[in-house]
Each structure stands twice: as C-alpha cells, then as structure tokens.
Design a binder for this molecule. Sequence first.
Ligand SMILES: *[C@@H]1O[C@H](CO)[C@@H](O)[C@H](O)[C@H]1NC(C)=O
Length: 178
Amino acid sequence: MKFAHFLVALVVLALASSIATAGDPSPLQDFCVAINDPKAAGLNTPRYTGNKVGSNVTLLNVDQIAGLNTLGISLARIDYAPNGGLNPPHTHPRGTEILVVVEGTLYVGFVTSNPDNRFINKVLYPGDVFVQNPGTITIANAVFGSDPPISLDVLAKAFMLDSKIVSYLQKQFGGNNK
Ligand SMILES: *[C@@H]1O[C@H](CO)[C@@H](O)[C@H](O)[C@H]1NC(C)=O
C-alpha cells in the first residue's frame, strides 16, 4: 500500500464502563483541584517518526489538560511516517476509541471479540472516522488467529519478528496467511 502524504490521526478515548479492575487507576476522582499551570499541549507541530515502528503518539490526557479531570475522556495525536508507519496492535483497557484521520490515508482495523476474532479493516481518508467497542479479546487469538488474517508485514514489524515466524504463529492459531 502506498502512502503519499504525511499521516496524522487523532484518537479520542472515552471511558466505556464503570466496572473497576484491581490495579487500574480510578477514572473518577472525588475532588477536582484546579491548577494554574496547564502544560503546553502542542498539537501544532509534526512529530519525529524515524523510530522502529514509524509512528509517534502524543498523549493529551488529564496530565496535560487539567480540565479533563473527572470527565472520563482523553485525546491522542498520532503521527505516522509516510509509506508504512505503524501503530502496533493494542487494546485500551479503560476506553472506547474513536479515530479521526486528519491528513493522509491510513489503513486501520480491529479484531472483534471472542469467539469470532473477525478482522475488520479499511483504508481511511481525511475526515473519516472509525469507532471500536470490543468485548473480551484473547490477545494471541486476536493477533495471530483473526479471520481474515492481519497482514504478515504489519505483524512482523509490530512484533519485530521474521515473517516466517509470524506465518508459523498464524498457523498455530488457525490463521492462514501464505
Ligand atoms: C516523538 O516526537 C518528539 C518531537 O518530535 C520527539 O522528541 C520524540 O522523541 C518522538 N518520540 C518517538 C518515540 O520517536
């Protein structure tokens, strides 16, 4: 796939449920203390993307914007290197993601929850929005056993593995990339 432009995507995370798990910070706090020294959020300059995966995530949460305290929402800017910059497969344990493409084209996807592990993917253009709200996901099955399979190139780069090993793992989990 060819990416002609510099790619920028914005991701909004909203808290999906009120179920708390041990170890997670509480999404809501009893007291909201106003502060007078907000940190510069800086959404306006391109980020360095010459790292191994070719992407750079800039977080904008309550640590940068104090006014988000108790609101259960945060934002991230993601810069992708042209021609194959990647944000590795991940989940957000405390949020539902809404992704908006600001510049360029972006190949996105997610794997549905157990038992299907169906891979839903699409190329997005500026202004396109993508929403994900998964249930329970077993990581290995979702990553290596999705149907259809996630591309060898994406998984090899994300996990820093030889594509032969990715192919082997996909076979173990019932995927079938050649
Ligand atoms: C992200 O971009 C900033 C600003 O260009 C840079 O300082 C930082 O090292 C980059 N992070 C990664 C992981 O490349």
